[in-house]
Write a protein that binds this ligand. Structure first.
Ligand code: GLY
Length: 355
């Protein structure tokens, strides 16, 4: 088992990474929670596969559990589902001293974390991420949120879990689309921070070889995220680098109503799109875009921006949280493994997308 400790000013917590840890999760939770009651929130896909395993392990340790199943998919990450979660907490008589478990991918983790952060002004919660994307990114660092029709994650909070339990074995049940979704963010860590990691990902023969090394890959990504979050918990500096590819990515996700592309696919095409442009403008070292294109192709991720009205794209970008007044913090690569935060006026951003 690998354990990473996130140490922040007012809180610290462990990330446990181990195959099949869900089957014995109860005994680890017992070490950090002395109460009895646990509320589990999961989604309709994960429920069929893992709820019973998790709940059995909790019951063996004497915990009293209940469960709410929400509809799977990004479109559930909204205020209506949030209301359902609050209702479930009320009906289950959840108190501040109880604990909540988010069992699922990014949607379950984000919305359950947000509900936990606001219900009774804060109830403790635990993340049990079940997708690659959630295991290496969204379950760590305390960003919790719901989407509004105006854009993604527009209502949210910083609220860290008590622990994160990552079971790489679970990834064997992920279909390829969702595995690739996570790979978009895995590749991002290499591009912004570690050239050698990008090379390693390039060198894997196929998905099987990658899966044999998945624990190490998860550990590498979580270590990068841990360091960045410890440096900049509230996303005012270094942490913004994690948004590489997200400015255009989030906009595309929104324009296609969160249906056509996964988050990782949008991040992938966002990274390629912005790097193609920054390289043309002489900011990024020549050849960087080509490396990004090759690695995205290798993992079946898109690198072409779909046909969209540029004005819609611009409008979606200006609603994103990365925009402050008329300045946007755009993340650009100097070269593979080196990201910078570049402040652009919105007019300059328009030049980037030729409108
Ligand atoms: N997913 C980006 C962050 O946690 O800052």
């Amino acid at each position: 088992m690998k354990i990473l400790k996130i140490s922040l000013k007012n809180k610290s917590y462990d990330i446990y990474i181990d195959r099949n840890i869900v089957t014995s999760i109860g005994k680890y939770i017992r070490k950090i929670y002395s109460g009895k009651k646990i509320a589990v929130v999961t989604d309709s896909n994960v429920d069929k596969l893992y709820s019973n395993i998790l709940i059995d392990s909790l019951s063996k340790e004497g915990f009293e559990t209940s469960k709410l199943v929400i509809k799977a998919g990004e479109r559930s990450k909204n205020l209506d589902t949030l209301k359902d979660i609050y209702k479930y907490f009320c009906e289950s008589r959840i108190r501040r001293s109880d604990i909540i478990i988010a069992l699922g991918g990014g949607v379950v983790g984000d919305i359950t974390g947000f509900a936990a952060s606001t219900y009774l002004r804060g109830v403790k919660y635990i993340q049990v991420p079940t997708t690659l994307l959630a295991q290496i990114d969204s379950s760590i660092g305390g960003k919790v949120a719901v989407d509004l029709t105006f854009g993604k994650n527009l209502v949210g909070n910083f609220y860290h879990p008590e622990a994160v339990f990552i079971d790489p074995e679970i990834l064997n049940s992920l279909n390829s689309k969702f595995f690739n979704d996570g790979m978009g963010e895995v590749i991002k860590y290499g591009l912004i921070n570690d050239k050698n990691f990008v090379q390693k990902l390039m060198n894997y023969k196929d998905k099987d070889e990658l899966l044999c090394n998945i624990e190490e890959i998860i550990y590498t990504c979580c270590s990068v995220k841990k360091e960045i979050v410890q440096m900049d918990e509230f996303d005012t500096g270094e942490r913004m680098k994690l948004n590489f590819g997200h400015t255009f990515g989030h906009a595309v996700e929104k324009i296609f109503n969160y249906e056509k592309y996964t988050h990782g696919e949008c991040v992938a095409l966002g990274m390629a799109y912005i790097t193609e442009r920054s390289e043309k403008r002489g900011y990024t070292k020549k050849g960087t875009y080509e490396t990004i294109r090759r690695i995205l192709n290798k993992y079946n991720l898109p690198c072409e921006m779909p046909e969209v009205d540029k004005r819609l794209l611009f409008e979606a970008i200006t609603l994103d949280k990365k925009t402050q007044f008329d300045i946007i913090n755009l993340i650009l690569l100097k070269e593979i493994g080196k990201a910078n935060i570049v402040k652009l006026k919105l007019q300059e951003l328009k030049n980037y997308i030729d409108i």
